[in-house]
Design a protein around this ligand. Structure first.
Ligand code: OAD
Length: 253
């Protein structure tokens, strides 16, 4: 058996699962070249702590810094492609009832062909007014040539009320979008199989979803090269990457 071969019991569960949830975190996109959230940041951002940039306090203190960080990330994701893991999830949905729930703010699941049921932490591509909350229609060609944007960029002003436009991501201390959370919780509590891919499992309430699935009797498989805070709670922990594991799981018949 090669290290990336799953055990027979897991393959049987995958084969018989009728309702599957793929719950992804930053490691899902790592093989596309998107750094995970808790990787050390590089280049321009190496001296910042992402958990301190992703807060309402950081926005109040220094909106130009926070806006530039999200614009840099949005531009970076535009330059990369979905990996074999994202593509396998989209393929798998053609032969099973599969719900994608993600903590990721990128759009790589969608670009691989998946319909994402819940973006629990928002999206890099849904900026909205920080005052009146209306969606901001910003031109995507602003990303062209944005390899290393400035460390500070003034956020655009809302065309309706003039307040600063804010990133579409959920920040620490903010509630998750109600509809996304309700969809995700319902999917977790009503699946037979949950595949937890590339998350450290430290950010709540998202990290509660695998625990809810276990409590509801589902088989929960962790796909992660590292041990995580969820490892002891899940049914199977498989030490492989997303792009290695998901094509194998999606091909099980
Ligand atoms: P983290 O950066 O905390 O964790 C990434 C996980 O991916 C780690 O457990 C890695 O071992 C794993 N990993 C790395 N490469 C992988 C690969 N190729 N295949 C599979 N797994 C791999 O990212 P998240 O758990 O997603 O929220 O972080 C959760 C939330 O914390 C984010 O959504 C973000 C952040 O705060 C907000 O901004 C609100």
């Amino acid at each position: 058996m090669t290290p990336i071969e799953p055990d027979a019991a897991l393959l049987d569960t995958v084969r018989s699962a009728e309702r599957v949830v793929v719950f992804s975190g930053a490691g899902m996109s790592a093989e596309s070249g998107v750094p995970t959230f808790r990787d050390a940041l590089t280049g321009l951002w190496a001296r910042f702590d992402p958990t301190e940039l992703a807060t309402p306090q950081a926005w109040e203190r220094d909106p130009d810094l926070v806006w530039a960080w999200y614009e840099w990330r949005a531009a970076m994701v535009r330059r990369v492609a979905p990996n074999a893991g994202h593509r396998a999830v989209a393929d798998w949905a053609r032969s099973a009832q599969l719900t994608v729930v993600t903590q990721n703010v990128d759009d790589l699941h969608e670009r691989a062909g998946s319909a994402v049921a819940a973006h629990l932490h928002g999206s890099l591509y849904a900026p909205r007014c920080g005052g009146c909350t209306r969606p901001a229609e910003l031109d995507d060609d602003r990303f062209d040539g944005m390899a290393e944007p400035a460390e500070r960029m003034t956020p655009p002003s809302c065309v309706h009320c003039g307040a600063a436009v804010r990133p579409g991501a959920v920040w620490f201390g903010e509630p998750l979008p109600d509809a996304a959370w309700a969809t995700a919780a319902d999917a977790a509590e009503n699946c037979d199989l949950m595949v937890v891919v590339g998350t450290s499992g430290v950010v709540y309430p998202a990290a509660e979803l695998p625990l809810r699935a276990v409590r509801a009797g589902a088989t929960v498989v962790e796909v992660n090269p590292q041990r995580t805070d969820l490892t002891d709670a899940v049914t199977h922990s498989w030490r492989v990457t997303a792009a290695e594991a998901l094509p194998i799981l999606a091909a099980v018949r």
